[in-house]
Design a protein around this ligand. Structure first.
Ligand code: GLU
Ligand code: ZN
Length: 493
């Protein structure tokens, strides 16, 4: 897309609650768009709702963006920029000033209607089948009326006066959209106590920060015609230069084809971090929510995404969040890592609180040997702990379900033979260990799969895990046979 002015986009979350995947997708698309066009990524904090915003949530947002690898060119605190401050709570004078200009210029007006009056008239409009938004009662208030209202002790909010003609704009994702006046009534921009609302502060900041492209979720589409009208007023007042272009990103659907909500546990970014998703794996998957890299490739790096990403390629249809696919893509990214990077990334999962072995029982040499087998098999890093704990725990974990599944038929007879054959095998050669278990199985009329299950559970505690014979080799003959002996004793007892 050829654009005369340089691209300036913003990511402007409100610090309420935990970061969620929808928010991350919005940040990602803005960030990638800015990087693709060599533009500027502005990070702004919309913290004007003191009742809902928290410092903790703000810190979490910063931490999440850093973890994901998104860097911003302008933003709060030490990053700064020509339009500082980037926290709306520090920009209140600016909003008061703009609101005054809008009032003085007749673009906004005081509305004295009480909540009860508004309710009543809305009800009536509904019953009569008319549009039920604000009806413009206070558009014209004479000086006497005003004095009477104030004498009655009424307070007023400030409303923006919407134009009486339709608003049409070209959405970068959805194409041309038109909103008719009856669907976009005059809306509040200041509360009765003078506090500015999102409807004012968001477009005012976009204007002052010279944002060229507003890329945000479809849930905000209804505010766009209001903002365009406000922009026109701001241009006439000399506050804004241009109206930005808008692109509304498709909804993300969760389980049962319901919109993924912020409160959905599946939506929480922290959940993915805790499970050991790689930022590059998660970002790869999230980029596919409404966009695609190419017909036949869905695994790519962030750099490759940036090279290709354009907002006009985003699809307007709702995207479905598919956890299985997300995991599988993450697994692919785990396999793409340098072995050393993989081993380093696993470190937290080899320690408390994830790991339940004593720190001195961790054997770095054994870990180095098993790591390559883990790297080709896990989909999330948190899977590592259970896959390697048999190496570091004194006794394998007790997993009753695995025991019940593996110890069927005559497990003691099979294990006795397997122990004999394993004792005679070459413990530097996994093939030899495999042959020993094969032979033991054959002696009892069992195929390899059935024969190895009791051995695996005896040694690792679980029916599933990393390749068994390599695991045995790394654990070593002495410890492996001792565990088979312990299992035989348990079966006998
Ligand atoms: N602070 C708003 C939100 O988090 C930003 C919406 C927008 O991008 O305009 O919903
Ligand atoms: Zn009114």
């Amino acid at each position: 897309m050829a654009s005369a002015s340089p691209v300036r986009v913003r990511f402007c979350p409100s610090p309420t609650g935990n970061p969620h995947v929808g928010l991350v997708r919005t940040a990602l698309f803005n960030w990638a768009f800015a990087r693709h066009h060599g533009g500027t990524f502005v990070f702004r904090i919309e913290d004007t709702d003191a009742a809902r915003d928290s410092e903790e949530s703000y810190e979490q947002l910063l931490d999440s963006l850093r973890w994901l690898g998104f860097t911003w060119d302008e933003g709060p605190d030490e990053v700064g920029g020509p339009h500082a401050p980037y926290r709306q709570s520090q920009r209140m004078d600016i909003y008061a000033d703009v609101a005054k200009k809008l009032l003085d210029g007749g673009y906004a007006y005081h509305c004295y209607c009480t909540a009860e009056e508004l309710d009543e008239r809305r009800e009536l409009a509904r019953r009569e089948g008319r549009p039920s938004g604000y009806d413009g009662t206070c558009r014209v208030v004479t000086e006497e009326q005003k004095a009477a209202y104030e004498a009655e002790g009424r307070t007023s909010i400030v409303r923006f006066r919407m134009p009486d003609e339709p608003i049409t704009f070209q959405d970068l994702v959805r194409g041309e959209l038109t909103f008719t006046p009856e669907n976009v009534p005059d809306y509040g921009i200041l509360r009765a106590n003078g506090a500015p609302l999102y409807t004012l502060v968001n477009p005012v900041d976009d204007a002052l920060m010279e944002i060229t492209h507003v890329l945000r979720g479809e849930d905000l589409l209804s505010s766009t015609p209001r903002q365009i009208a406000l922009y026109k007023a701001l241009i006439e007042l000399g506050v804004a230069k241009d109206i930005p272009q808008f692109g509304h990103l498709p909804y993300v659907m969760g389980e049962g084809n319901k919109k993924l909500s912020k409160r959905d546990p599946q939506a929480s970014l922290n959940l993915y971090r805790e499970r050991g998703f790689l930022p590059q794996g998660l970002v790869n998957y999230l980029s596919l929510l409404g966009w695609s890299f190419s017909k036949d490739q869905d695994i790519f790096t962030l750099d490759e995404m940036v090279a290709k990403f354009d907002i006009t390629d985003v699809n307007a249809n709702p995207a479905r969040f598919d956890l299985k696919k997300c995991e599988s893509i993450n697994g692919d990214h785990i396999r793409m890592m340098e072995p050393k990077a993989f081993a380093d990334a696993c470190t937290p999962w080899l320690q408390a609180p994830h790991a339940n072995w004593a720190p001195e029982d961790f054997d770095a040499a054994a870990w180095d040997r098993i790591a390559p087998y883990a790297q080709t098999r896990v989909t999330v890093l948190s899977d590592i702990t259970a896959n390697v704990d048999f190496l570091f725990l004194k006794e394998p974990v007790e997993d009753q379900a695995s025991w019940d599944k593996a110890m069927k038929g005559e497990p003691a007879a099979l294990l006795t033979t397997a122990r004999e054959k394993l004792d005679a095998a070459d413990w530097n050669d996994p093939e030899s260990l495999k042959q020993a278990v094969l032979d033991a199985g054959e002696a009892h009329g069992l195929k390899l799969g059935k024969a190895q299950a009791p051995v695996r559970v005896a040694v690792t505690g679980r029916t599933v895990g990393l390749p068994l014979f390599e695991s045995l080799e790394i654990l070593g003959k002495e410890r492996s046979l001792a565990r088979i002996d312990a299992t035989l004793a348990k079966l006998a007892g």
